[in-house]
Design a protein around this ligand. Structure first.
Ligand SMILES: [Mg+2]
Length: 223
């Protein structure tokens, strides 16, 4: 894609576009746990241990299952994302307002599947505000925080890293974005130990830190 000018706003999905008080991610996480137990025929404690080692070695449970157990990714994703999302995720008019005020394109960048992300965005009421959804299929199952999907995302959107802002709740996932040159915002993070340029309590507080991202690059004029 040829380079596109103007800022690109990149959003993680779970616990970023909705707060952790919404229990969706905990429910998905419990289904991942159950999938590992059933697939491998192990007890909960062993499943926990296996998952921990997969996360350490591969970044996601799915990659470990694919590598060591030949699990088909579609089967796994369908199982773990089989959740009644509209019953769990309420609409967020405040998020809709915030996104509509952003001076650039918005995309979702998630380790979840694209159809899951679409259902969550529908429930939040912000689907039409996202130019694209870049999920685990787009990443070729090489999830964040591997640097690969970040560079692939920039290529696909035609954005430069320096014109991109990335919002995310998982600390480690911010690091490759910052190393690439994106402006990084840690949603729900802690100022003291932040690897990000800015910390916000909730994604709807993003406008409060935008000046630091926009001014040096998009204010025009040489100062
Ligand atoms: Mg997240």
């Amino acid at each position: 894609m040829t380079p596109v000018s103007g800022p690109l706003f990149i959003f993680d999905l779970d616990n970023t576009l909705y707060p952790p008080e919404v229990s969706l991610w905990r429910i998905v996480d419990a289904r991942i746990e159950r999938y590992v137990q059933e697939k491998l025929g192990v007890d909960p404690a062993t499943a926990k241990h296996v998952r921990k080692s997969f996360l350490k070695e591969f970044g996601t449970t799915l990659r470990g299952l694919m590598h060591h157990h030949g699990v088909p990714p579609v089967e796994y994703l369908d199982f773990v994302h089989d959740v009644p999302i509209p019953e769990i995720v309420p609409p967020r008019p405040d998020l809709r307002r915030m996104l509509s005020g952003l001076p650039g394109r918005c995309v979702v960048f998630t380790n979840g599947s694209e159809s899951y992300a679409r259902r969550v965005l529908d429930a939040l009421g912000v689907s039409d505000q996202m130019e694209g959804i870049y999920g685990i299929e787009f990443m070729e199952y090489i999830a964040k925080p591997s640097p690969y999907p970040y560079t692939k995302l920039l290529q696909a959107t035609g954005a430069t890293a320096s014109a991109s802002l990335f919002c995310e709740d998982v600390r480690e996932n911010l690091v490759p974005a910052r190393e690439l040159g994106m402006f990084t915002v840690w949603v729900g993070g802690r100022e003291e130990s932040s690897p990000a340029h800015a910390v916000v309590r909730d994604v709807c507080d993003l406008p409060g830190v935008l000046d630091r991202f926009l001014e040096p690059k998009f204010s025009g004029g040489n100062r």
